[in-house]
Design a protein around this ligand. Structure first.
Ligand code: FAD
Ligand code: SF4
Length: 401
């Protein structure tokens, strides 16, 4: 006689009704957890209600980051980092398609039965539509960034109901923090997590404002990226690339488009994924890979023969540029376009490269976000800002208020 399993307690909880105020209120990043009965665990799991990166690092990787090791302070627990690109890039992927390729291989070789990823809605190329993919075609249809808040975890109920035991989840830091916190409740034998870095995300309306304020042809943009050459590269439907220097952005107009969740996030590098694929620690044109643990190494091993790789490098000194950016951001300084272009060219020549560029981006965002939390949620500051971020921010002089 088989014993009847009791119903897990979370299954009795009810997902948040559409339009209701989420538990993290305006700080909610719409990660999707509260669209499922796993809302049961929200107080503990939500990245904005209970920052617990160090504890989750320990359960995910066996140890939390060593605060005496500068590379770990910046990039999190890792076994190795490298720069890589696909020998044959996937057309239409965000970069060369390493993320989609790993996901396809994992499904193909039977390591997983399904992949959580995000396609776009039929009516909007940037409208996020999370799915539980079971075929390579579905994974490939999720390639390219949907540069908006995306409720990737909203498909978690489907995972449990499908009886799936081996799963890959692709996601950004806030999604992965909540996922790690509920991981043991999902009834899985094995969970693989493939993360990307993430910063300055926006709602769909915020994205529209950004495109309309910054691009000459917002309606034809199919893809964009804040590149290591200090320019935003917009790719248009006809294949043309429009480049806009960071320093020419209309900061005054754009200051309030970023989601409050992203202005108070300190998990830029996706600390809890097994493997992270981004670009900011790699030379221009290459992707940046951070292997956090043995599971991440196994995932990367599946595709190494399809990759060209090189060691990570680091050049320049970011610190003066970061210090100057702090009051400039506060005052919403916008340079005229000719000056912005000149500055872009100069900084590209002498500015930080490789890992130093990644540190530049982390420092600029962490100082800005620290000030945002201090000014808007002073009561949360101590517990919400992780120790590694406090260490990074303490290198700079911040305004008193
Ligand atoms: P592809 O093969 O094109 O696959 C992209 C994958 O991303 C797909 O599987 C899709 O499911 C997933 N995805 C798309 N949109 C979202 C979303 N909104 N939320 C969760 N998952 C999503 N890298 C950096 O180094 N620095 C950054 O500042 C940075 N910012 C980013 C901001 C956002 C919002 C996102 C989604 C990614 C960001 N990245 C950043 C990662 C980088 O842009 C690429 O996504 C990464 O290098 C993978 O490229 P690829 O060609 O291998 O991906
Ligand atoms: Fe819920 Fe995620 Fe929003 Fe937190 S961020 S309130 S877990 S949907």
């Amino acid at each position: 006689m088989t014993a009847v399993q009791p119903t897990p307690k979370h299954q009795k909880s009810k997902a948040l009704k559409p339009g209701s105020r989420p538990p993290a209120k305006e700080l909610c990043s719409e990660c999707g957890l509260c669209d499922t009965y796993y809302i049961h665990y929200v107080k503990e799991a939500c990245a904005f209600l209970n920052q617990q990166i160090a504890t989750l690092e320990e359960s995910a990787h066996g140890l939390s980051r060593n605060l005496d090791n500068p590379d770990e302070v910046y990039f999190g627990v890792h076994q190795q980092m490298m720069a890589a690109r696909k020998q044959e890039p996937i057309p239409g992927a965000q970069w060369t398609g390493i993320v989609s390729t790993i996901a396809c291989e994992m499904l193909d070789r039977g390591l997983v039965e399904g992949v959580v990823c995000v396609q776009n809605t039929p009516e909007d190329r940037f409208g996020p539509m999370p799915i539980l993919a079971r075929t390579k075609e579905e994974i490939l249809a999720a390639k390219v960034n949907k540069p908006t808040l995306s409720p990737n975890l909203s498909v978690l109920e489907q995972v449990e109901q499908s009886g799936m035991k081996r799963l890959l989840v692709i996601g950004v830091g806030c999604q992965i923090q909540a996922l790690r916190a509920v991981q043991k409740e999902l009834g899985l034998e094995k969970l693989y997590i493939l993360g990307t870095p993430c910063v300055d995300n926006v709602s769909r309306e915020g994205l529209q404002k950004f495109l309309e304020t910054t691009s000459k042809s917002p309606e034809t943009v199919v893809h964009y990226e804040f590149m290591q050459d200090f320019r935003i590269h917009f790719k248009h439907e006809d294949g043309s690339i429009e480049k806009v220097p960071f320093f020419g952005l209309n900061t005054k107009e754009l200051k309030d488009i970023f989601a409050p969740s992203c202005l108070s996030c300190f998990d830029y590098v996706n600390s809890l994924a097994d493997l992270v694929v981004g670009y900011m620690g790699a030379p221009y044109g290459w992707q940046w890979i951070v292997v956090r643990n043995q599971t991440g190494q196994e995932m990367l091993d599946l595709v190494t023969e399809q990759l060209e790789t090189q060691p990570v490098m680091s050049r320049g000194d970011r610190r003066a540029a970061v210090q100057q950016s702090i009051p400039a951001y506060d005052k919403a300084v916008t340079l005229p376009m000719w000056a912005a272009k000149l500055m872009g060219v100069a900084i590209e020549r002498i500015g930080p490269k490789g890992l130093e560029y990644a540190r530049f981006s982390i420092d600029s965002h962490f100082t800005r976000n620290y000030l945002y939390v201090k000014r808007n949620y002073p009561e949360k500051l101590e517990a919400h800002v992780p120790e590694f971020a406090k260490q990074i921010v303490s290198q700079y002089q911040l305004p008193e208020s």
